[in-house]
Ligand binder design. Structure first.
Ligand SMILES: NC(=O)C1=CN([C@@H]2O[C@H](COP(=O)(O)OP(=O)(O)OC[C@H]3O[C@@H](n4cnc5c(N)ncnc54)[C@H](O)[C@@H]3O)[C@@H](O)[C@H]2O)C=CC1
Ligand SMILES: O=C(O)C(=O)COP(=O)(O)O
Length: 406
């Protein structure tokens, strides 16, 4: 087994990821929680890849401190916690698991819709305190009610399918045109969705356009007695406005899984003004926390990291040109990340031809800022001039990184 480099996995990523990476020769450090910026700046030095979930923030400062970093693996869906543009400029791709926990979130949403409609959260709390409240007051079936889904992507669509199986009418709102599943219908605006829905569930990413998307004004538009569910990101809902909506009785309840400030790990304290409010179900960001999802994500993202670190494949990267050359025996592979300006390929090919190199495969992908070239040369070429080619490509003024992978 060779030492392929050091990898830091944060936030209790499934141990299968570690085993998978170690089997490929990487040295892996596995931590249970996220690290604050300063500590991360120290711990990331010398590391070739970092794995994280929703809590670790990869800031430009962390990227500047990362002296050997080649890849970032988000073992989750959201990548809002990563300074993606800065990573792109530095030639570092970030990968995620775009749908391995989708179903887990969707199932939880169905559970929460029923919980809110039947006030199970409150009844459960009472029972644990020895209080028996057998009553139908404020309890409803969800059949025939309208569910409004904001953000009709992978999760939103799954929720829409499941909700229909429960007999709900489904409305959705998305900024992009989306094919409706089953009898789901598109609302013309967020306002229309809020006005017509008995339940509103949010499945948008954290972006400037979704920050405080649901505040006082939007809550006022919701039907009296309607319920709000948020398992997207904590920044999407204005929590004081939601607390007020519950206290005044305008809303019938809420189920909240994500918060503007969340503890870094399980030893952290959680404080929110939603605590102790009636029919408010609070969960510690566990929408994607099932055995099935975590195992699948552990395998998926560790495999993606291996494919990139060992073979240069960037398919699925969220901030980087996607390119992949099939693996072939008897060849040696370079990767070259460069600023996307005219003439780079000419320069690379000049170096190659001056060395009389035998190129047996080449693929280039670009985005607005950078280009990514994967190039295979013959065994004879690699033996004769492999190091020299890499050195000369590294010296080009447009180069961000040049690597001889094998
Ligand atoms: N609570 C948890 O444990 C989990 C939370 N999440 C969160 O759920 C989010 C959604 O996940 P997916 O459905 O997989 O993402 P997705 O990318 O498949 O779908 C998001 C949808 O939101 C839409 N959208 C973006 N901005 C919008 C806006 N301003 N108004 C209306 N629609 C907008 C997009 O067009 C897209 O269709 C993730 O970004 C993540 O933050 C994901 C997994 C687990
Ligand atoms: O997949 C996501 O975006 C999530 O929010 C799940 O985050 P987690 O892996 O549980 O920190």
């Amino acid at each position: 087994m060779t030492d392929a480099g050091r990898i830091l996995l944060l936030e209790n990523i499934h141990p299968d990821a570690r085993a998978n990476l170690e089997a490929e020769g990487f040295e892996v450090e596995l931590l249970k929680k996220a690290l604050p910026e300063d500590e991360l700046c120290e711990r990331i030095k010398g590391v070739v890849a970092v794995g994280l979930r929703s809590k670790t923030t990869i800031t430009p400062k962390v990227l500047a401190a990362a002296d050997r970093l080649r890849a970032i693996g988000a073992f989750c869906i959201g990548t809002n916690q990563i300074a993606l543009d800065e990573a792109n400029r530095r030639g570092i791709p970030a990968f995620n698991a775009p749908f391995s926990n989708t179903r887990s979130v969707a199932e939880m949403m169905m559970c929460e819709i029923v919980m809110l409609a039947r006030r199970f959260g409150d009844r459960n709390n009472e029972m644990h305190r020895g209080v028996w409240t057998k009553s139908a007051e404020g309890s409803r079936e969800i059949r025939g009610k309208t569910l409004g889904i904001v953000g009709y992507g992978h999760i939103g669509r799954q929720v829409g399918v499941l909700a229909e199986a429960f007999g709900m009418n489904v409305l959705f709102f998305d900024v992009s045109a989306r094919l409706p599943m089953g009898n789901n219908r598109a609302a013309q605006s967020l306002e229309e969705l809020l006005e017509k829905s008995d339940f509103v569930t949010l499945h948008v990413p954290e972006t400037p356009s979704t920050k405080d998307m649901i505040g006082q004004k939007q809550i006022a538009l919701m039907k009296k007695g309607a319920y709000l569910i948020n398992a997207s990101r904590g920044t999407v809902v204005d929590i004081p406005a939601l607390a007020e909506g519950i206290k005044t009785g305008h809303l019938g309840g809420a189920a909240i899984d994500v918060f503007p400030v969340e503890p870094e790990g399980n030893d952290g304290r959680f404080v929110s003004e939603l605590q102790s409010l009636p029919n408010v179900v609070l969960t510690p960001h566990i929408g994607g926390s099932t055995a099935e999802a975590q195992v699948a994500i552990g395998h998926e993202v560790s495999n993606t990291l291996i494919r990139f670190l060992k073979y240069g494949a960037t398919n699925g990267a969220v901030n980087f040109p996607n390119a992949e050359l099939p693996k072939r025996d008897g060849v040696h592979r370079f990767t070259h990340v460069h600023r996307n300006v005219p003439g780079v390929l000419r320069d690379v090919n000049r170096i190659v031809s001056e060395a009389s190199a035998n190129v047996v495969g080449q693929v280039l992908a670009t985005d607005a800022n950078i280009g990514y070239l994967v190039m295979d040369v013959s065994e004879e070429t690699a033996r004769r001039v492999g190091e020299e080619l890499c050195q000369r490509m590294a010296e080009l003024p447009t180069t961000i990184s040049a690597t001889l992978l094998y």
